[in-house]
Write a protein that binds this ligand. Structure first.
Ligand SMILES: NC(=O)C1=CN([C@@H]2O[C@H](COP(=O)(O)OP(=O)(O)OC[C@H]3O[C@@H](n4cnc5c(N)ncnc54)[C@H](O)[C@@H]3O)[C@@H](O)[C@H]2O)C=CC1
Ligand SMILES: Cc1cc2nc3c(=O)[nH]c(=O)nc-3n(C[C@H](O)[C@H](O)[C@H](O)COP(=O)(O)O)c2cc1C
Length: 175
């Protein structure tokens, strides 16, 4: 559409595909959300991650109820949100695909965070969290997560998912 023209509107009801096509216009950081504990280790790729409040530090994660990771996430009650860096595209696809949990963790270097959830070496940042509330909305559970630990991985270039493709973001210049 040429700049300055009125955008075409879509009549209600908005379909799933129309919603997804619109959401593909929003750039988002890519994260691998992990968990570990009595229900075992698991993880999935998530772009639906957002800051809620800084007091107490809280973020939210939207988890598809049909994900193979869902039961472990709920039972363990802890997650680590590992924000991916440039070069992590393959790892993102591995955790976003239909692979068994142990095959996912065969790639990348993982260590246990304070909550026990796997933390990725080389992530841009990692948020170690306890799930404090869960709200069911449609196909997803919205997990409200209190951040109990942080690790800055030191990766310089970020990764963003936009228009159904990965893009690299340049890092801040050296101080
Ligand atoms: N909240 C939701 O239920 C979903 C939201 N979306 C949004 O729509 C955009 C376009 O999606 P697609 O056309 O499927 O192609 P896509 O290529 O952007 O998505 C890649 C894969 O990730 C899955 N995915 C992406 N975001 C997801 C989410 N929040 N929950 C569960 N699965 C998710 C998709 O189903 C697809 O299998 C995505 O980038 C995302 O922002 C996509 C799928 C589901
Ligand atoms: C870029 C990208 C972003 C995604 N974002 C989310 C998300 O925010 N929430 C979610 O539940 N699934 C999301 N997914 C899909 C899950 O990663 C995927 O369903 C899961 O890892 C595979 O499901 P399975 O373990 O049941 O095979 C995303 C996938 C990709 C590739």
């Amino acid at each position: 559409m040429p700049a300055g023209e009125t955008p075409a509107t879509i009549a209600p009801p908005v379909t799933r595909q129309q919603f997804r096509d619109a959401m593909a216009c929003l750039g988002a950081a890519v994260n691998i959300v992990t968990t570990d504990g009595p229900a075992g280790r698991h993880g999935f790729t998530a772009s639906a991650v957002c800051s809620v409040t800084d007091s107490p530090p809280t973020l939210l994660v939207c988890l598809n109820k049909s994900s193979s990771a869902a039961s472990a996430v709920h039972a363990n009650g802890v997650i680590c949100v590992n924000t991916l860096a440039a070069g992590h595209e393959e790892l993102s696809n591995l955790f976003g695909g239909r692979t068994p949990p142990e095959e996912r963790f065969a790639r990348g270097q993982w260590c246990a965070s304070a909550t026990g959830a796997p933390m990725l070496a080389g992530a841009v940042v990692a948020f170690d969290c306890k799930i404090v509330r869960t709200v069911e909305v449609g196909t997803h559970d919205v997990l409200f997560c209190e951040v109990v630990g942080l690790a800055e991985g030191g990766a310089r270039e970020g990764l963003i998912y936009f228009s159904r493709r990965y893009h690299t973001l340049p890092g801040a210049p050296e101080a």
